[in-house]
Design a protein around this ligand. Structure first.
Ligand SMILES: [Zn+2]
Ligand SMILES: [Zn+2]
Length: 356
């Protein structure tokens, strides 16, 4: 059996892993990469691989894991797509042949198309999961984007698992990132910034960081008020429905729609790279009014966010929602994986094909 890496290793984006088994082929995630200059890159898959793929499993709704799905169907894929209910709700386009993970694997386990599937919550966003798959007498593990240290998101720790091959999040690569230290540094910087600015704006992905950051900031008594654009408000209003995906339901009474009138606190903008015109306009407008930006996720080369950082209008302070190399290694030690592959980082580049 072999793992073919169609994207996501040695780069940050277009995550796509293709297992070529003896009796069937299965794909995990199918995302895109936004290249410098705005070009979209797709996974490297042949027509034959697409045609012979029996099932696609999706770990979560972020574009680097799902945005190539319409392209995959255009190129002739005819099988099913499995993901959690909230992942399907968050994906901004209709997915053909969608199969709810919770329906085929209630209580975290099940069998579908001859594949034994075990899944758990990955702590990265609502609906985000890791997978353990078993077929053709081999066991394969995929962490998805994984974060055990969280404020609000529930995570089923990856511990004591056995697999012949494991593909593990290592998005922070060789950077030394410690969760507690990152939180401490972020809060310390916010405290300094609030002495000079009434408003801090934070560009975040549509589904992910805003709830985590709100809780962290509230716990530290930094500001009473939060504001969000339309997408963020939709997520905040949905919190009450998230149930088991959260450790608890945070209080969102002080989270208001962004209007530009008399605001004081943190404004969340639903586009990390601020490349979308609407979100970019919100940031520009806030800067004109004296606001300052804080970015907590990876800055894409050539993005508007990078531009703002270079102009001294925004700063980067990490809020970890992935693993670094140190955490990747410690996760390896807590499990029995015969072979491990680090993905989501430019720092490590395994061969495209790995036999196991
Ligand atoms: Zn993600
Ligand atoms: Zn990702």
């Amino acid at each position: 059996m072999q793992l073919y890496i169609a994207g996501g290793c040695g780069e940050h984006g277009r995550n796509c892993f293709y297992i070529q088994g003896d009796t069937k082929n299965v794909m995990i995630d199918c995302g895109v990469i936004v290249e410098e200059g705005g070009n979209i890159g797709y996974p490297e898959l042949s027509d034959e691989q697409i045609e012979n793929c029996e099932l696609v499993l999706i770990t979560h709704s972020h574009g680097d894991h799902v945005d190539a799905l319409p392209w995959l169907f255009e190129r002739g894929y005819k099988g099913d797509v499995v993901a959690s209910k909230f992942t399907f709700e968050q994906i901004p386009f209709d997915v053909n042949n969608a199969v709810n993970l919770e329906d085929i694997c209630p209580d975290g386990k099940g069998e579908y198309k001859g594949i034994d599937i075990t899944w758990g919550r990955s702590g990265h966003c609502v609906g985000g999961v890791w997978y353990k798959l078993e077929f053709d007498e081999k066991v394969m593990f995929f962490s998805g984007d994984y974060c055990f240290d969280t404020q609000v998101y529930a995570c089923d720790e990856i511990i004591g698992k056995k697999a012949d091959i494991a593909v593990i999040d290592c998005a922070y690569g060789k950077k030394k990132i410690d969760y507690q230290e990152s939180c401490f540094n972020l809060i310390k910087r916010m405290r300094e910034l609030f002495k000079k600015h009434k408003i801090i704006f934070m560009p975040v992905p549509k589904h992910g960081r805003s709830i985590e950051l709100m809780e962290l900031v509230t716990k530290n008594g930094l500001t009473a008020y939060f504001y969000g654009d339309e997408h963020i408000m939709h997520e905040i209003e949905s919190i009450k429905n998230y149930g088991a995906w959260l450790k608890f339901i945070p209080n969102t009474d002080k989270f208001l729609p962004h209007t530009n009138e008399g605001e004081q606190g943190i404004v969340f903008i639903s586009d990390s790279q601020l490349n979308k015109p609407m979100q970019q306009a919100i940031a520009k407008d806030l800067i004109d009014k004296g606001a300052y930006g804080l970015m907590t996720g990876t800055v894409d080369k050539g993005s508007f966010s990078e531009n703002l950082i270079n102009q001294g209008k925004m700063e980067y302070f990490c809020y970890p929602i992935h693993l670094s190399n140190i955490q990747y290694n410690s996760l390896k030690n807590k499990n029995v994986f015969a072979c491990t592959v680090a993905y989501h980082t430019e720092d490590f580049k395994p061969p495209n094909t790995i036999k196991f």
